[in-house]
Write a protein that binds this ligand. Structure first.
Ligand SMILES: [Zn+2]
Length: 269
């Protein structure tokens, strides 16, 4: 249940609109709207990659969630987003997710989808399943990859054992987080390219228990809570407590935090 709030962007490069020739033929409406504003870029593997443009209409896909519950929650990135507020996912494009199926426990795909559905419902963020990937789930993944096209890599959910990943040692059942990365234009950051790694050995043990399937789903939900920007809290009645003491459902603070995590504005198109 470790939280991995990552800030991966090492360098933000102001790539001039006129610097590269190859893309010139592909100038978009968005580029025209932002004419004269340098397009942000990131350095990855020694290459400069322009930040992919936000896709789709500039409107929410699902309504914001209103909550009346009160409790503890915390955010991994409290500032750096639009208007200096929290860094969140763009709620105006589906949060694509893929499963890296190696070592996935039998029948666990449905558990993953159920956890995603509960996060979607509590955040008002739409998720879109894109199937299996051959990309292993790693936190040092490239944020933009040819296999996924000219966009940020989807959220990847994968399975490892303690022997594969020392971060899963002991009672750690999973890891989750996203990268905070600037939009194509301007300074505001958005969450991108989330990663969830589940300790399949721990999950196999958990599933042997009476309520094991629900608890295993809660493990995935907790890690997805990190992906959408929630940090741990000290209150043991919340699922975002660092070790789950047999909770199955979101607590009152979790719900308030998830609603906030999903309430961001659209990334400008
Ligand atoms: Zn955690």
């Amino acid at each position: 249940m470790r939280q991995v709030g990552r800030f991966v962007v090492v360098t933000v490069v102001a790539a001039s609109l006129f610097a590269a020739g190859a893309w010139w033929r592909g100038v978009t409406w968005s580029d025209v709207r932002h004419w004269g504003t340098p397009r942000n870029a990131i350095e990855a593997n020694g290459e400069t990659i322009r930040i992919p443009l936000a896709q789709g209409e500039e409107q929410r896909l699902l309504p914001e969630v209103t909550v009346s519950t009160v409790g503890s929650y915390d955010l991994l990135f409290r500032e750096g987003g639009p208007d200096g507020g929290p860094v969140r996912y763009d709620p105006c494009v589906p949060l694509a997710y893929v499963i890296s199926p190696q070592d996935m426990p039998e029948g666990f795909e449905e558990t993953v989808h159920a956890a995603v559905a509960s996060v979607s419902q509590a955040t008002g963020l739409e998720f879109a399943y894109e199937g299996f990937t051959d990309e292993p789930a790693r936190f040092d993944r490239a944020l933009v990859q040819p296999r996924y096209g000219d966009r940020f890599a989807p959220i990847v959910i994968g399975f490892q054992a303690e022997a594969d990943n020392p971060d899963l040692a002991g009672t750690v059942t999973g890891l989750g987080g996203s990268s905070a990365v600037p939009g194509a234009y301007g300074d505001a950051q958005y969450l991108r390219a989330g990663v969830v790694i589940i300790d399949w050995e721990d999950v196999a043990r958990i599933r042997e228990d009476g309520e094991g399937e629900e608890l295993a789903q809660a493990v995935v939900a907790h890690e997805l809570g990190h992906v959408v920007g929630l940090a741990h809290v000290g209150d043991t009645h919340e699922l975002m407590h660092e070790s789950n003491l047999r909770l199955i459902d979101w607590g009152p603070g979790d719900l308030a935090g998830l609603a906030l995590a999903g309430a961001g504005g659209c990334e400008p198109r």
